[in-house]
Design a protein around this ligand. Structure first.
Ligand code: NAD
Length: 497
C-alpha cells in the first residue's frame, strides 16, 4: 500500500506519528493509499526548517525569486497530465474540470512571476523640504496554509506561490482526503531551484492544524474550508497574535430574471450547480426564479439534470464524477431526505444511481428541488453536493433580499438582459464576488478572491493584489541627509514645511 508522508526541508520525511488515514479513489471506492497524520512534533519540524530557510530566501532579490517561479511554471506545464490525473484519482472530479482548476492555480504562479513589479513600493521626493519618504513591503516570516479537499491544486496555489514570491517561507497542511497533489507540487518547486525548507508540506488533521495555531514561529495563517473551522482558525490565530485570513463555506444564489436568455441561464446553472458534483465553494446551489420564469426554468433544468452524464472522472464522456468519500455521499443524500421531509418538491431524484462496473464508487445523480423556502435546512445550510434548490420570488427586490439575508456571502450571479437591473444588483448585493450573466464569477489570479459575511473571516481576500498585501508588512521610511536644512531641537509634533 502506497504511503504518503511529509515533505520537509526538500525531502520526503516519514512521520513520527503512528496515526494514518485512508485515501480513496472515489470512482471505484477502493483505498489507494494511506496518509500519515502528523503529530505536533512533525509539524514543528517543518516550521523549524522553514525558519532556517527564511534569512537566505528573504534576502534573495525579487528577480531571483521570480526566476525560480518561472521555472516552476514551466515544470507545472510539463507535468500537467500527471498533476491532473492525481487530482482526478483522489478527488473524483472529471479530467477537464481538474485540468481547468490546475490552470487557475497556474495563473497564480504566473501572477507571482511579476513579483519585482508587485513589490516596487511607493516613493515621494520632498514630503518636506529635503525630506524624502518611501514605503516598502517586507516578508512576514514563516507562513502556513490549511486547505480543503475540493481543490487540491488550486486552493494551495492561491497561497504559497505569492507568499514565497514575497520572500516568506511556507508550511502547507493540505486536506487529508487528497494530499498527493501538494506533495508533487513541492517536488516540482524544489526541482525548479527553490532552496530546501522554503516550501514544506505536512499532512494531517486537527492535531497538525492545532500545532500550526500554537507554533510561535508562524507569523501568518491562510485557511480555506468550512465556516465552523474557519471561525475556529480565525479566533485562535488572532488570539496567538498571528495575521489570519480564513475563507469559509457558501450558499451561492443565482437570480434568474424573467427577461433573461433562458438557455443561457439554464446552461450556466447546470455547470455551476453540478460541475465538480457541486463540491465547489462557488457552486450555485440556489436558483432564485423571479416571477413567470419559474415554470419554464424548472422544466428546462429538470430535463438537463435527468440527462447528466455521470461516471468516473477519467472517462471523457463524464460530465459529473463521484463525490469525494462515502461519508460525504451519505451526508449529501441525507440532505435530500431532509428536503423532502421539510416539504420541498423533489423534481429530480438522483439518490439511487448505480453505475455498472463502478458499484462501489461514491456516485449519485443530480437532484433538483422546487418550492424551497427560506426556513428550510436545505436552504440555510451548505450541502456541497449536486443538489440545486429553486426558490420562487415574486420580484427583483424579494430576490435581492433573499441573497442579502443569507448568512453566507461568497458568490452570486444574476441572469438578465436589463442593464439597470444588472447594475443595481452589482451595487446593492452584499456578496464578495458577483456575476452578471456569468454563472461562476471566480476572479482571475490578478484580481483577488474572497467572500463577505460568514464566508470570510479577516480583512483580506486571497491572491492577486490582496495576496501580496496579506503576505507582506508595510514599512514607511522618512529620511533626510545631513546636508539638508539643519534645525534646532523640536518639541512639537513635526509637521512638514
Ligand atoms: P473542512 O473545513 O472540513 O477542512 C478544511 C481543512 O481544515 C482541512 O485541511 C482539514 O484537515 C482541516 N480541519 C477539518 N476539521 C478540523 C478541525 N476540527 N479542527 C482543525 N482543522 C480541521 O472543509 P472541507 O470539507 O475539506 O472543504 C469543503 C469546505 O470548504 C466547504 O465548506 C467549502 O465551501 C469550503 N471552501 C471554501 C472556499 C472559499 O474560497 N471560501 C474554497 C473552497 C472550499
Amino acid at each position: 500500500m502506497n504511503s504518503i508522508e511529509h515533505f520537509i526541508n526538500g525531502k520526503i520525511v516519514k512521520g513520527l506519528s503512528k496515526r494514518t488515514a485512508k485515501i480513496f479513489n472515489p470512482a471505484t471506492g477502493e483505498v489507494s493509499s494511506n496518509v500519515n497524520l502528523a503529530s505536533s512534533a512533525d509539524l514543528n519540524k517543518a516550521v523549524d526548517a522553514a525558519k532556517k530557510a527564511l534569512p537566505n530566501w528573504s534576502g534573495k532579490t525579487p528577480l531571483f525569486r521570480a526566476r525560480v517561479l518561472f521555472k516552476f511554471k514551466e515544470l507545472i506545464e510539463k507535468n500537467y497530465d500527471e498533476l491532473t490525473k492525481i487530482i482526478v484519482s483522489e478527488h473524483g472530479k472529471v479530467y477537464e474540470d481538474a485540468k481547468g482548476s490546475l490552470t487557475r492555480g497556474l495563473e497564480v504562479v504566473e501572477f507571482a512571476c511579476g513579483i519585482p513589479q508587485l513589490l516596487k513600493g511607493e516613493f515621494t521626493e520632498n514630503v518636506g523640504t529635503n525630506v524624502d519618504s518611501w514605503s516598502m513591503r517586507q516578508p512576514l516570516g514563516v507562513c502556513a496554509g490549511i486547505t480543503p479537499f475540493n481543490f487540491p491544486a488550486m486552493v494551495p496555489m492561491w497561497m504559497f506561490p505569492i507568499a514565497i514570491a514575497c520572500g516568506n517561507t511556507f508550511v502547507l497542511k493540505p486536506s487529508e482526503k487528497d494530499p498527493s497533489c501538494s506533495m508533487k507540487l513541492a517536488e516540482l518547486f524544489l526541482e525548479a531551484g527553490l532552496p530546501p525548507g522554503v516550501f514544506n508540506v505536512v499532512n494531517g488533521d486537527k492535531e497538525a492544524v492545532d500545532a500550526i495555531i500554537n507554533n510561535k514561529d508562524i507569523a501568518a495563517v491562510s485557511f480555506v474550508g468550512s465556516t465552523p473551522i474557519a471561525k475556529y482558525i480565525y479566533e485562535n490565530c488572532a488570539k496567538n497574535e498571528k495575521r489570519v485570513q480564513a475563507l469559509g463555506g457558501a450558499k451561492n444564489h443565482c437570480v434568474v430574471m424573467p427577461d433573461c436568455d433562458l438557455d443561457q441561464a439554464v446552461n450556466g446553472l447546470m455547470g455551476a450547480a453540478y460541475g465538480s458534483a457541486g463540491e465547489r465553494c462557488m457552486a450555485q446551489s440556489v436558483a432564485v426564479a423571479v416571477g413567470k420564469i419559474a415554470d419554464p426554468l424548472v422544466k428546462s433544468l429538470s430535463k438537463k439534470v435527468e440527462s447528466l452524464k455521470i461516471g468516473p472522472g477519467l472517462d471523457k464522456k463524464s460530465e459529473m464524477g463521484p463525490l469525494v468519500t462515502k461519508e460525504h455521499l451519505e451526508k449529501v443524500k441525507g440532505y435530500v431526505d431532509v428536503g423532502i421531509k421539510e416539504g420541498a418538491k423533489l423534481v429530480v431524484d438522483g439518490r439511487n444511481l448505480k453505475l455498472q462496473g463502478y458499484e462501489n464508487g461514491f456516485y449519485m445523480g443530480g437532484c433538483l428541488f422546487d418550492h424551497v423556502k427560506k426556513d428550510m435546512r436545505i436552504y440555510k445550510e451548505e450541502i456541497f453536493g449536486p443538489v440545486l434548490s429553486v426558490v420562487r420570488a415574486k420580484d427583483y427586490s424579494e430576490a435581492l433580499s433573499l441573497v442579502n439575508d443569507h448568512e453566507f456571502g461568497n458568490g452570486t450571479s444574476i441572469f438578465t438582459r436589463d442593464g439597470d437591473t444588472g447594475r443595481s444588483f452589482a451595487s446593492n448585493v452584499k456578496i464578495g464576488m458577483v456575476g452578471i450573466n456569468i454563472p461562476i464569477p471566480v476572479p482571475m489570479a490578478f484580481h483577488s478572491f474572497g467572500g463577505w459575511k460568514r464566508s470570510l473571516f479577516g480583512d483580506q481576500s486571497i491572491h492577486g493584489p490582496e495576496g501580496v498585501r496579506f503576505y507582506t508588512k508595510l514599512k514607511t521610511i522618512t529620511s533626510r541627509w545631513p546636508s539638508g536644512i539643519k534645525s534646532d531641537p523640536e518639541f512639537v509634533m513635526p509637521t512638514m514645511k
